[in-house]
Design a protein around this ligand. Structure first.
Ligand code: MG
Length: 232
């Protein structure tokens, strides 16, 4: 699904104009079903059991907690959540790691980027402890040059402060950079900084319908990014 009328569905990326590829992790490369299930289902279930609450009450309490630190590093800080909810969320990540996996076509896309010789960096809001569990499960790190978590940059990606700081850290030229994410706020912040090539991942979870955005090139899967090349 391409939401951009001026561009041919098969050839809308000119790779000659791109040196750096920045890719979000959860919801772009990895199936966000894990994260959705973890924070919206399993953690509320565990929290309810711990505190003798009804599931709905527990879920509402946790959702309010999540909202209270939205856009701050604490939002994704697994050590913070372990402390705040009294449940070892890192251990719980490992316990559920059978649910962690690539979105369809993600590995083919990463191999294609490697063939093109691009510098590929995962830029994630996720906490280092969560990244470790996902890397151990998927081998994601073998496909990319570097994984940068938001704690190294000092801000989450939807914050305008993130982008100049990340550009300094990685040394990328925003006018020759492609960035792909499933989060609208993160794409908007990158656009405001001047990242030239932006793609929205519309199908973030294998278990949910796609949610295309009108203001960005919005794709379901990776096939349209391969410029007509068959999967590798
Ligand atoms: Mg994401």
């Amino acid at each position: 699904m391409i939401q951009h009328s001026a561009l041919s569905p098969q050839h809308f990326l000119n790779w000659n104009e791109i040196d750096d590829v920045l890719l979000d992790m959860d919801g772009t490369l990895l199936d966000r079903h894990f994260d959705n299930f973890f924070f919206e289902e399993e953690l509320p279930r565990r929290y309810a059991a711990l505190h003798g609450l009804q599931l709905e009450e527990s879920r509402n309490t946790l959702m309010a907690m999540y909202s209270s630190v939205e856009r701050e590093l604490a939002w994704t800080d697994l050590n913070y959540w372990t402390q705040r909810v009294g449940i070892d969320v890192v251990a719980l990540h490992r316990e559920l790691d059978h649910m962690i996996g690539f979105l369809p076509g993600a590995e083919d896309f990463l191999r294609y980027l490697h063939l093109l010789g691009k510098r590929v960096t995962i830029v994630t809001n996720a906490h280092e402890a969560g990244v470790s569990v996902k890397v151990a499960k998927t081998g994601l790190d073998r496909h990319v040059d570097r994984i940068v978590n938001a704690f190294e940059v000092g801000y989450l990606k939807m914050r305008p402060e993130y982008w100049p700081s990340c550009a300094r850290l990685l040394g990328f030229d925003p006018t020759r950079t492609l960035y792909m994410d499933d989060d609208e706020g993160c794409l908007i912040a990158a656009k405001q900084f001047g990242v030239a090539h932006l793609i929205h991942s519309a199908k973030s979870s294998s278990q949910l319908p796609p949610t295309p955005l009108a203001q960005f090139v919005s794709v379901t899967g990776f096939s349209s990014l391969l410029n007509g090349r068959p999967a590798i």
